[in-house]
Design a protein around this ligand. Structure first.
Ligand SMILES: [Zn+2]
Ligand SMILES: [Zn+2]
Length: 156
C-alpha cells in the first residue's frame, strides 16, 4: 500500500445528510455481506460493509454530534451499537465495543461527478462473506465465505 492510501479520507452521510462522518486510511476489512441481519436492516440482498479501527472514524456533522442520531444495541449482539439519523431514520454505522471498530456502508460514501464512489479502488470489497445465506449469486472472482472472511469455510 502506498503512503498516500494511508491518508485518504472517505466521507459518508445518511439519506438526508443530517448525520455525516469521515473515515481515514486503510480498512481492516471490505466485503459484500450477505448475512440475514444485513439483509433485514438494509432490505437488500447484501451490503458493501467496510470496517475501520475506532481512531480512523469521526463524526463530521455539527456538534453536539449526539443530538443528530440515536444509538441502539443490535438485536442478538449486545456488544454492537448502531447509529441512526433522527431525521431520516437511516442507519449510518455500527460500532463494536469488543473489537473497537466501526463498520460503514460503501453505498453511503461520497461520489464524484459521475456518481462513482471516490477512491473506490482503494476501498472496494475484496470478498463476499456470509455467502451461504445469499439472495443473489455473484459471478465475480472474489473469494466467497460461509461466514467471516478467513474465519469460516470458503465456498468458492
Ligand atoms: Zn438523515
Ligand atoms: Zn452482515
Amino acid at each position: 500500500m502506498s503512503e498516500s492510501e494511508n491518508n485518504i479520507v472517505y466521507k459518508g452521510k445518511c439519506y438526508c445528510g443530517a448525520v455525516s462522518y469521515a473515515v481515514k486510511g486503510k480498512p481492516i476489512l471490505s466485503a459484500f455481506c450477505h448475512c440475514t441481519l444485513c439483509q433485514r436492516l438494509a432490505a437488500s440482498p447484501c451490503v458493501a460493509t467496510i470496517h475501520f479501527p475506532a481512531d480512523a472514524f469521526s463524526w463530521t456533522h455539527a456538534e453536539p454530534h449526539e443530538s443528530a442520531f440515536e444509538m441502539y444495541p443490535v438485536a442478538d449482539k449486545p456488544w454492537k451499537n448502531r447509529f441512526r439519523c433522527k431525521t431520516c431514520g437511516a442507519c449510518v454505522t455500527s460500532y463494536s465495543t469488543t473489537k473497537s471498530k466501526y463498520s460503514v456502508w460503501a453505498g453511503q460514501l461520497e461520489r464524484d461527478e459521475e456518481g462513482k464512489i471516490k477512491n473506490w479502488e482503494s476501498i472496494k470489497p475484496t470478498a463476499h462473506m456470509f455467502y451461504g445465506t445469499r439472495m443473489l449469486d455473484f459471478n465475480d472472482d472474489l473469494p466467497k465465505w460461509e461466514g467471516y472472511e478467513g474465519q469460516s469455510k470458503r465456498l468458492q
